[in-house]
Design a protein around this ligand. Structure first.
Ligand code: C2E
Ligand code: MG
Ligand code: MG
Ligand code: MG
Length: 287
């Protein structure tokens, strides 16, 4: 009986492992299909420039419109895509779309910058800068219109290779940004060597800063650190008027969060931008 139970246990474990593997296999296949069949959608979240009281940029955020599962948020497939390697195709798709969209906005006279999220894995290959160069040419886009967001973990994983890729992208004219700042394990000496233009304070510190003195201290310190290093600083996850006021007093440069605007598809963003009075360099508003 004992042997039988053991056998049964072994069978259970084997079965579970197989079920998990099949789940992974099907998700891998589904992701590949998603890329081929264009099942992704790009949303854009505005960022507010506090000094000019103007919207000067948006962050591109990918969503998966799955034929059966429906709307899948990035936290549910990006980590998996990073493990399986399909993140490279997703980054390619996102960048292609974002360059095209930004070029379209620019030729319509909208002075909007676009931030694009890169994964650690994107920085490991050597082909990224060249691919980005080809995409810029294809859409007639200028690298100065874009900020490329990388995380601290991307630097920690392989500092030498990350520095190489980031330096190359910087030389091409892209601005680099450190996303989710404060949640990774990068050292200041690693940070100092990277040609980055801005730090984005992770939303976990920003969301409750009005009621949590520790969060408030962290946010203030990161703003000061960024400015002392000659970098701009963005607070993400701004959900209330109160937090917006605190960040304004602390001299934060840019705000992003539901209090400003949630991420929107391009066709909803455009009327929102018009309402927010975004500068149109080639048209004049009559009042
Ligand atoms: P992230 O780059 O830090 O993006 C900010 C996330 O915070 C977004 O979640 C955004 O919708 C959300 N957010 C914005 N304002 C607020 C707020 O006021 N409160 C709260 N609670 N959340 C807010 P989203 O779109 O679900 O994306 C999650 C993460 O997935 C992103 O975090 C990014 O790391 C990753 N991701 C999204 N798009 C891409 C992409 O195209 N490529 C890669 N590699 N990663 C992406
Ligand atoms: Mg980001
Ligand atoms: Mg991120
Ligand atoms: Mg973040």
């Amino acid at each position: 009986a004992k042997r039988k139970r053991m056998g049964c246990a072994v069978y259970d474990v084997g079965f579970d492992a197989e079920a998990i593997n099949q789940g992974r296999l099907s998700l891998t296949g589904e992701l590949r299909q998603a890329v081929e069949e264009n099942q992704f959608v790009l949303y854009y979240q505005p960022r507010l420039d506090l000094a000019g009281e103007a919207i000067t940029g948006v962050e591109a955020l990918v969503r998966w419109q799955h034929p059966v599962r429906g709307f899948v948020p990035p936290d549910q497939f990006i980590p998996f895509a990073e493990q399986t390697g399909s993140i490279r195709e997703i980054t390619q798709w996102v960048t292609d779309r974002a360059f095209e969209q930004c070029a379209r906005w620019r030729s319509a006279g909208l002075a909007i910058d676009v931030s694009i999220n890169l994964s650690a894995r994107d920085l490991l290959g050597r082909e990224l800068p060249q691919r980005f160069g080809e995409l810029l040419a294809r859409h007639g886009a200028a690298p100065q219109w874009f900020l490329l967001e990388i995380t601290e973990s991307a630097i920690v994983d392989d500092p030498v290779r990350a520095l190489e890729t980031v330096t190359r992208l910087h030389e091409m004219g892209f601005r680099m940004s450190i996303d989710d700042f404060g949640t990774g394990y990068s050292s200041l000496s690693q940070l100092k060597r990277l040609p980055v233009a801005e730090l984005k304070i992770d939303k976990s510190f920003v969301m409750d800063m009005a009621s949590d003195p520790d969060d408030m201290t962290i946010v203030r310190s990161v703003i000061d650190l960024a400015h002392n290093m000659g970098l701009s600083v963005v607070a993400e996850g701004v959900e209330t008027e109160e937090v917006r006021g605190l960040l304004y007093k602390m001299g934060c440069d840019y705000l992003q969060g539901y209090h400003i605007c949630k991420p929107l598809p391009a066709e909803s963003l455009e009327p929102w931008l018009a309402g927010a009075g975004v500068q149109r360099s080639m048209t004049t508003k009559e009042t």
